[in-house]
Design a protein around this ligand. Sequence first.
Ligand code: DGT
Ligand code: CA
Ligand code: CA
Length: 362
Amino acid sequence: MSSEIHRIILHIDMDYFFAQCEEREHPELKGKPVVICVYSGRSADSGAVSTSNYEARKLGIKAGIPIFRAKNLAPDAVFLPVNMELYRSISDEVMEILKANCSTLEQESVDEAFCEVTGKVSGFDEAKALALRLKEEIKQKVGLTCSIGVAPNKLVAKIASDFQKPDGLTVVKPDVVIKFLAPLKIIDLIGVGKKTGDRLHGLGVKTIGELSKLSAENLTHEFGKAKGMWLKQASQGIDDSAVEVREGTEQIGRITTLKEDTNDLNVIFEVTDELSEDVYRKLEARKLSFKSVTFVAISTDFKNRTKTHMLEAPAKGLDIIKENARRLAKLFLEENPVALRRVGVRVANLTEEKGQKTLGEF
Ligand code: DGT
Ligand code: CA
Ligand code: CA
């Protein structure tokens, strides 16, 4: 079968991610325009929009515009500050589902990942069925929608995930890659920024198809060897880069809502112990060590804050997670005597255990 000589790669991109996370946490926001803001702190409304839900986008509110402009466009929209801890813990939930379903997961950012599924599925039809199952599982377990692109390489998979948003699925089989790319705008070719886009426009090139017609000589003359060759290949949908686990970016975290808001340390310790055990089981299953432990606290005013302890050397023991989480929780509540709504435990700076000794072995 011809499909067997091709790789099959999924690119998953969560829809309006930060805003959708807020909708999950506060269901009463659904249907209203929601705007996530990075406040610079200089004055009340200075700063920029980080993202917005689709209701807000319809009103012209997009990532990057000043907050005061967004407020002019939609005075009744809901404006919220970035709550990175929340997004990160939701991202962890998504990545775990993906990891369980592919041979290699490359997390690209908090809301995007490549999944290599070559060998896991027999061809593109099975890959499509897998993508649909993943979308369903993420919706059921995490409560969020995403868009997925399925293609023979990373470049085309990423362009495909963006093709039908939100809640989209776009499958680009190897024999239609060129036809799929041809009508798309130059700027849709991932890796072409504004500068290159403008220069290509100057050459009269507007679509990826038109770019693919330029000769390699012409392109290397115009953009230099490396970039010119890359443009030539990319415009034909050729990309050999491998799906690779990104080291060091990984973290494993668990977060939970308390039965009732509290600052009672005994209650909180009980919960952090449980979360620590969950985190430890994940680490152990994958033979990973960690170098930092973080306590995550979300108070009743929805502010959330963290306290992190960096270890001197990579560790892997459950007690180290538990004790640090407890100690950080206690410190946190001494500094912030507030009732907590949710708490979390996270480890980061993960490394493979291989060849590494625990203290007891020296
Ligand atoms: P989408 O994928 O078009 O449905 O919408 P988003 O919001 O998921 O957009 P995406 O995938 O480009 O970015 C993922 C998250 O990253 C987004 O929810 C917020 C954040 N983000 C995106 N652009 C910016 C930006 O320009 N500044 C800041 N601070 N954050 C951004
Ligand atoms: Ca996204
Ligand atoms: Ca993204």
